[in-house]
Design a protein around this ligand. Structure first.
Ligand SMILES: Cc1ncc(COP(=O)(O)O)c(C=O)c1O
Length: 398
């Protein structure tokens, strides 16, 4: 079968490879997940919202709708962008998407020509790298530190890459590192990119899962030039299976997204758009998000406490204020992919960090998920992992 060259460009998912390695092992404590905890879905409320929807609007829910999205949901999201994200947004700026993942694919189709350069944080979300790569994108990574993107490095990368066209950024609780940018970095980032003819895709699926510290402005709220294409999503705060997300961008970008979306899937499912609308009209999504924040905060704090207790001091870790992940940096020379075999043997899994780098791999990093594990699993799993890492660190010191 002759597949398109695009298919050769998709990078094998390190996440899938780990899932294969632990398939059928129900005894494994897995820090390898990338999912919100299904136990936190508001099932009873969703059931009531579903019953109401079927009774009042059932036939409409099973019909075709508009590409741009279901009107009452668009109104809710516009209000949310204005009031919660402090972004000036009206109907001409918005289009509903089938997950923010669709927004990444559409951004690639909208902006990327063969050989164009996409600038990402280094590391970045593998799903975005894979969405851009088939269209012939080259990648340039910008370093991050504890405060977020390193501005001097950003300036250098922009200067060195005249074909830079799109910057893909996750300023809030990034997947995979859990890092969030400070206000100063956000402001300076916008000052820099305003000087270039580039578009910024701001991916914000985790922003609302802030469980510590004060919310900080989105890049979109600082955007004076219309360069930021913001992606929001209900996946992490309500349900990923509903596949509801949205783009908020300049009218020009938003209408192009709508045009392109029509060629991709005509529309996002009317059924789930209407269900989300009914749910949000009948119940308090904010109260639900608070519950998610509290649960994830406890799990994250316990993980940090156990890391402090059991991990060798040579291992660096991020201490996120939100989101679903933290990031480990093992001492230089260790290969987290090789160590994984031993960890799995001992009953614990994680994702080696290498696959989150668009270019050359960094072997000594690890992504750890804290949303899909309970307290006991965190206590036991981190202790086991501490023992495995200690053995390797001692071995490499010999
Ligand atoms: C950074 C990032 N962007 C986008 C997505 C995709 O989210 P959605 O379910 O909205 O398509 C994910 C999913 O894990 C993610 O981590």
């Amino acid at each position: 079968m002759k597949f398109s060259v695009r298919m050769d460009r998709i990078k094998a998912s390190g996440i899938r490879a780990v899932q294969k390695r632990i398939a059928g092992r129900s005894d494994i404590i897995s820090f390898a997940a990338g999912l919100p905890d299904p136990a936190l879905y508001p099932m009873e409320d969703l059931e009531k919202a579903t019953a109401e929807l079927y009774a009042k609007d059932g036939r409409k829910a099973f019909s075709y709708g508009l590409t741009k999205g279901y009107g009452p949901l668009l109104d809710i999201l516009v209000k949310r962008m204005n009031e919660k994200e402090h972004v000036q947004c009206s109907l001409e700026n918005i289009c509903i998407l089938s997950g923010s993942q669709q927004g990444l694919g559409l951004a690639a189709q909208l902006f990327i020509d063969e050989g164009d350069v996409v600038i990402t944080e280094n590391p970045s979300y593998l799903g975005a790298i894979n969405a851009f790569r088939p269209y012939g994108a080259e990648f340039a990574g910008v370093d991050t530190d504890d405060d977020g993107i390193v501005i001097e490095d950003l300036e250098k990368v922009l200067e060195e890459n005249p074909r830079a066209k799109l910057l893909y950024m996750i300023p809030n609780f990034q997947n995979p590192t859990g890092k969030a940018w400070t206000l100063e970095r956000r402001q300076r980032f916008m000052e820099v990119i305003e000087k270039y003819d580039v578009v910024v895709v701001e991916d914000n699926p985790y922003g609302e899962i802030r469980f510590k510290g004060d919310p900080l402005p989105d890049l979109k709220s600082l955007d004076k030039t219309g360069q930021v294409m913001y992606l929001g999503s209900l996946s992490k705060v309500l349900s990923p299976g509903m596949r509801i997300a949205w783009v908020c961008a300049s009218p020009e970008i938003a209408s192009k997204v709508e045009e392109l979306k029509e060629t991709n899937d005509l529309q996002s499912p009317e059924l789930t758009q209407m269900l989300a609308t009914y749910y949000m009209n009948m119940f308090d999504l904010e109260a639900h998000i608070k519950e998610i924040q509290e649960t994830y905060k406890e799990r994250c704090e316990l993980m940090i406490e156990m890391i402090k207790k059991y991990f060798p001091k040579e291992i660096k870790y991020t201490d996120p204020e939100g989101g679903m992940f933290l990031w480990l940096e093992l001492p230089e020379g260790l290969d987290s992919d090789k160590i994984l075999d031993e960890a799995v043997e001992a009953g614990v899994a994680y994702i080696p960090g290498e696959s989150f780098f668009a270019q050359e791999g960094v072997k000594n990093t690890v992504r750890m998920n804290f949303t899909m594990v309970n307290d006991q699993q965190i206590r036991d799993g981190i202790k086991i992992l501490g023992e495995v890492f200690s053995r390797h660190i001692q071995g490499s010191n010999k």
